[in-house]
Design a protein around this ligand. Structure first.
Ligand code: PLP
Length: 381
């Protein structure tokens, strides 16, 4: 087994979530525990603690139990699954939606539905691990373009034409990169894919509920060029589980062929009910994501004034690059001591030499959080 350096070792720390703070229950470092303001989770809109979601899950649990007890194609399919798929399809503008127990699985299934050994997959250099696992499982050949670099993507698409492959290439990217906080120009990518007759898969895990018109992600409204999107309910939706959205042809193909869809217990009905309630919330509060973006702009500019150069993104993920693993961890623990929960992200999650603090601006943070953060973070050294 490969030896992992101490600064790269991970520990599972256990938390008790509250409406506004997180409390550490167990820690290998020490036993003291103070309530921490959550600047680390992907619960962007605070929906995981929302009473409406809790009640929806509870009601479904009382009527249907907890687990689905079978896969979707055996005994696990429930009306709540069908309803969630239908409502999401309408909201996002896709013909077909299929649910999964997790986003990791949804990505695995999405890639395998669109690629096989004969496919050339062209991906952003920084795509999520689950997509890479999908590419590996599909047996496809992979080429990567520089992060969010449309010219580099076009260069690879041009090369693929010269290679005269019998199959359309598959382009994969994300609409909000989880560790960078950056977003590509999806409209341009979709147009390129259309021009080069490539398929396009976009992981909208972090954008849904937050970016795009009414929080419907950055693919919403693009009528041509996007073949499939994946999304999760584990982030802004405050629940758990995930989905892929596509047209009827690819949806049916996925249903008939995907092991990741067929051979797994269906999404637990209470989680599906909570996700449906989150969708109801987003429809009733269409400006939520936009307000969060406005807040994130303020955070970015205040951090920049203090010497921190933030990546260009527009969303609630702010990545403060520190570079060195130990220094990033030290900063994390300093902030924790002062009541702020952030996480040092280190390789292999991010490229070598780019360890960072990943800050999440969430919509239900207590007043004065930014000022507190600026004070304890200090200037970049
Ligand atoms: C970009 C991205 N895609 C997919 C996933 C997987 O989603 P889930 O947590 O539902 O498995 C994550 C979560 O880590 C993610 O960050």
């Amino acid at each position: 087994m490969k030896k992992i350096p101490t600064s790269r070792l991970r520990k599972i720390r256990t938390w008790e979530p509250g409406e506004k703070t997180f409390q550490l229950i167990s820690s290998g470092r020490n036993n003291e525990s103070i309530p921490l303001i959550d600047l680390a989770s992907n619960d962007y809109l605070g929906l995981s603690q929302d009473t409406r979601l809790i009640e929806a899950a509870h009601k479904t649990m009382l009527s249907e139990g907890i687990g689905a007890g079978g896969s979707r194609l055996v005994t696990g399919s429930r009306p709540i699954h069908k309803k969630l798929e239908k409502e999401l399809g309408k909201w996002l503008g896709f013909e077909r939606v299929l649910l999964f127990p997790s986003g990791f699985q949804a990505n695995l299934a999405a890639v395998c539905a669109l690629a096989n050994r004969k496919t050339l997959v062209i991906t952003d250099k920084l795509i999520h691990h689950s997509l890479l696992v999908g590419i590996k499982a599909s047996g496809a050949k992979i080429k990567r373009f520089a992060h969010n670099n449309i010219n580099d993507l076009e260069r690879l698409l041009q090369n693929s034409v010269l290679e005269q492959s019998s199959q359309a290439p598959l382009v994969i990217t994300e609409s909000l990169f989880s560790m960078e906080g950056t977003s590509p120009d999806i409209k341009k990518i979709a147009l390129l894919c259309e021009n080069y007759q490539a398929r396009l898969l976009v992981d909208e895990a972090h954008a849904l509920g937050v970016l795009g018109d009414q929080g419907r992600g950055l693919c919403h409204g693009i009528t041509k060029g996007v073949t499939m999107i994946s999304g999760t309910f584990g982030k802004a939706f405050g629940s758990g589980g995930a989905f892929v959205a596509t047209n009827n042809i690819f949806g049916e193909h996925l249903l008939q062929t995907s092991g990741a869809f067929r051979y797994t217990t269906a999404l637990a009905p209470p989680l599906a009910a909570a996700a449906l309630e989150a969708l109801k919330f987003l429809k009733a509060n269409p400006k939520k994501g936009q307000r969060l973006q406005e807040e994130a702009i303020v955070w970015r500019s205040e951090l920049a004034k203090q010497g921190w150069s933030c990546p260009q993104g527009i969303g609630p993920i702010i990545s403060l690059e520190i570079g060195n693993d130990e220094k990033s961890l030290k900063k994390q623990y300093e902030l924790e001591k002062n009541g702020l929960l952030t996480v040092a992200i280190r390789p292999p999650t991010v490229p070598e030499g780019t360890s960072r603090l990943r800050l999440i601006v969430r919509s239900n943070l207590p007043k004065g959080t930014l000022q507190k953060l600026l004070f304890h973070l200090g200037e970049k050294q």
